[in-house]
Write a protein that binds this ligand. Structure first.
Ligand code: COA
Length: 175
């Protein structure tokens, strides 16, 4: 029970129901949603866990976003979140399991392919277990209100991110 699976294949209605339960139905106006507006979540980096009846118990979505500099150059980032556990199952280690799985997946990528991760979340949680900090994000802009201490990044060893830029959807190169 509570194994971690890819999120792909889970009904959109089940995902929306869980997110409404965890965050409330007004969640769509959040700055995190504006940062990734129009993007589709990343199937390789989005995960789910299910209870014994097969109902969705937890979800973690990751999105392709970017930090765009004044010259228009984009630094690709992976935006992590929402991470949401069904209210009746919170604080039993499921959030940790989902995040552990994401971090293990990212860290197992070949050197140079591990993406920088960004998120808006509780620093006590995401810093304590997975090393997210505000170190890189102090000069970043976001398209909406944000509590600066909750704008977090996890940067692969050896990589330096731009000090300034606007977070937003990633521009997909035309085929
Ligand atoms: C936040 C959330 C994902 C955490 O998952 P969870 O399964 O409930 O929590 P876990 O069992 O993984 O918690 C592990 C530890 O982190 C602590 N913790 C949990 N949420 C925390 C938070 N928001 N801030 C600080 N610490 C937190 C727990 O107390 C626990 O501590 P312990 O090991 O010392 O006992 C989940 O509670 C949730 O969905 N909350 C509502 C939605 C939300 O706020 N999502 C996060 C923003 S994207």
């Amino acid at each position: 029970m509570f194994a971690i699976h890819r999120l792909a294949g889970t009904a959109d209605t089940a995902i929306a129901g869980l997110l409404d339960a965890a965050f409330g139905p007004d969640r769509h106006g959040r700055t995190a949603y504006r940062i990734r507006r129009g993007m589709a979540w990343l199937t390789d980096l989005s995960f789910a866990t299910f209870d014994e009846s097969g109902a969705l118990a937890g979800v973690l979505q990751s999105w392709p976003v970017a930090l765009t500099g004044a010259d228009g150059a984009q630094m690709p980032l992976v935006m992590v979140g929402p991470v949401a556990i069904r209210p009746d199952l919170q604080l039993h280690g499921l959030g940790r399991k989902l995040m552990d799985h994401l971090i293990a997946t990212v860290d197992a990528l070949p050197a140079g392919e591990s993406p920088p991760l960004a998120m808006i979340g509780d620093p006590d949680y995401y810093g304590r277990f997975w090393g997210f900090t505000t170190q890189a994000t102090g000069g970043w802009d976001v398209p909406g209100p944000v509590e600066r201490h909750r704008l977090l990044a996890r940067v692969p060893a050896g990589m330096t991110l731009p000090e300034t830029g606007m977070m937003g959807p990633r521009e997909i190169a035309a085929a």
